[in-house]
Ligand binder design. Structure first.
Ligand SMILES: [Zn+2]
Length: 289
């Protein structure tokens, strides 16, 4: 169990399981001779990819960032990705029931990030998985998801968000909002135009003499999906705006490295969070918690 205390907040990682992703698509223009040193590929060139959600207990609210792949994939998509669907069981094992979740935040609306937002009930109707929760997602992402490009239309499953927007249970965000005290969102364009990272600052700084900056954890989502993607130029082939990915990563590191933010890696099957540092040679390295 990965757990971290941030002031009064308690943070934990919950996985929806792992799925296979083509290594070439995962590492874009990076040659396999380079990426295969950091990520093992099987005989079909698949890399095992994680589905990490972040649960934050603030003391007042229970906040879930990202809801994995869910259990509503089509037969065709199950052929490609499987459908691990482990998030609810993993939450239950730690005593978290769907009714306990007060807030759900989606960084973007690709199917592997908001799949458990909703489920089909006994009659086949789409209903919220977390019945009491207020849901949040980027407005630009939702607008785009209504009319995605041919390139990434397969990544959007409207049942994951449209029923929630229609019922008023999902609030659409511009970027920059503070959702509850200490938890805010910021737009990091690159993977999509409107993807948002979730920035968590503890409610208080327990050791101000040791850490001059407020301790911060950031769910950076698909801007830096795994520890193997921390180099500025190692973007995913899926990124719609690869040059913006580079700019967003640079901005992120100018904050996250000097202030020692703990970075959450949405798709890392082994290392869900780590500190990103620059070593003596200037190379990016991930240091374990
Ligand atoms: Zn994505």
């Amino acid at each position: 169990m990965h757990r971290f205390a941030l002031g009064d907040f308690e943070l934990s990682i919950f996985s929806d399981g792992t799925y296979p992703l083509d290594g070439g698509a995962f590492f874009g223009v990076v040659p396999k001779v380079m990426w295969s040193r950091k990520a093992a590929a099987d005989e079909k060139n698949y890399v095992t990819t994680g589905l990490n959600s972040l649960l934050i207990r603030t003391g007042k609210q229970t906040v879930l960032v990202e809801t994995g792949m869910g259990n509503k994939l089509s037969e065709r998509m199950i052929k490609f990705y499987g459908q691990p669907a482990q998030l609810l069981a993993n939450l239950a094992a730690e005593g978290v029931s769907p009714e306990d979740v007060d807030i759900v935040i989606n960084t973007h609306l690709h199917f592997d990030h908001c799949g458990w937002n909703t489920v089909r009930d006994g009659s086949g109707k789409i209903v919220p998985t977390f019945p009491r929760a207020k849901y949040y997602a980027p407005e630009g992402e939702w607008q785009y998801a209504r009319k995605p490009s041919e390139r990434d239309a397969i990544s959007y499953i409207s049942d994951n968000y449209d029923p929630l927007v229609e019922s008023g249970q999902m609030t659409l965000l511009k970027g920059g909002e503070e959702i509850v005290p200490g938890i805010s969102v910021k737009t990091f364009p690159g993977h999509t135009a409107s993807m948002q990272g979730v920035i968590v600052r503890g409610s208080q700084n327990p050791h101000p003499q040791d850490t001059p900056h407020a301790p911060t954890v950031c769910y950076i989502s698909d801007l830096i999906p795994t520890t193997a993607h921390i180099d500025i130029t190692w973007g995913m082939g899926f990124d719609l705006y690869p040059l913006q990915t580079i700019e967003s990563k640079k901005w992120y590191y100018t904050q996250a490295i000097p202030e020692r933010w703990l970075t959450v890696f949405t798709h890392d099957a082994k290392t869900p969070w780590a500190y990103v540092e620059r070593d003596a040679a200037g190379k990016m390295v991930a240091r374990a918690v």
